[in-house]
Design a protein around this ligand. Structure first.
Ligand code: MLT
Length: 275
């Protein structure tokens, strides 16, 4: 963690008004850019960065408002987060990248690849889906926003942690649960409620999956109840050049819950697409 923090830098996105904090390790022709889920930050990719940094250039960044990325603007949206990613790549003079997004990071990855396909050489979709929120899901987000506005983040965080981790993690890997708890509690309530609104308003990307021509790796925890394996299988059935791995003893945070298995799949895929 200390090594990651020592490497942190910030850069202004070229086209959108955000200051993006990121880490940038290693060397390779095409970098891998990691996009975290909601409401986490770039440190949730630590096991992957540590594992890959001697083999590839690996960049992890905080989405605006999360971690150490800042903005004066209001009005979060998945489109805006995707525009930030392109602005961030432009500022770093990265023409092409491989993107790896978990959950909301996957929503951003699917958004950006459909709008800027020429900027990506491969895509890695972890514990994510292409559907928009149902009416019930939208209503639930509204209730969560009201609960946070009324009583702060504590109850939200406790319930959220129980939903994103599988039982094995909750019982036997408490350090991971605590790490994510700390990240959530250090995020501003304004950013959390604004992003819940953005998630509720996001558009589906299922109708664009067949347009994805680059290689895709799809990973999902077997016990993910937020974006279940059936969603990952749907992505796999529509993205022509895709492979899928469902990971045992993992919920919605498969990269943290089973890092060794996750890294093995990631490494094999990257070897294949960068050879
Ligand atoms: C995430 O992990 O990014 C969120 O749980 C996604 C969502 O709520 O749709």
């Amino acid at each position: 963690m200390k090594e990651l923090q020592a490497n942190e830098k910030s850069i202004k996105t070229s086209s959108t008004n955000a200051s993006i904090n990121y880490t940038d390790f290693g060397k390779s022709e095409v970098p891998v850019i990691f996009i975290h889920g909601f409401p986490f930050d770039k440190s949730s990719w630590e096991p992957q960065i540590t594992f890959l940094k001697t083999k590839h250039r690996v960049i992890a960044y905080d989405i605006r408002g999360f971690g150490k990325s800042t903005t004066n603007d209001i009005g979060e949206s998945i489109n805006l987060f995707a525009d930030d990613l392109i602005g961030f790549m432009d500022s770093l003079k990265i023409g092409k990248a491989i993107i790896c997004g978990l959950s909301m990071g996957g929503y951003i990855a699917l958004n950006v690849i459909s709008r800027f396909p020429e900027r990506f050489e491969a895509i890695i979709l972890c514990d994510t889906q292409c559907i928009a929120d149902s009416t019930e899901a939208k209503e639930k987000r509204k209730q969560t926003i009201a609960q946070i506005n009324g009583g702060g983040l504590d109850l939200f965080t406790d319930t959220f942690l129980k939903n994103i981790f599988c039982r094995n993690t909750l019982e036997n890997k408490k350090e991971i649960v605590d790490k994510i708890r700390k990240i959530i509690l250090s995020t501003s309530t304004k950013v959390i409620t604004g992003t819940l609104r953005a998630l509720a308003l996001r558009e589906e990307s299922c109708s664009k999956l067949e347009e994805i021509k680059v290689p895709a790796l799809i990973i999902c925890g077997k016990e993910d109840i937020i974006t279940p394996p059936a969603q990952a299988e749907f992505l796999n059935s529509k993205i022509k050049n895709s492979v899928i791995h469902i990971i045992d003893k993992a919920g919605h945070m498969s990269n943290l819950e089973q890092p060794d298995v996750f890294n093995k799949h990631l490494n094999n895929f990257l070897k294949e697409v960068t050879k």
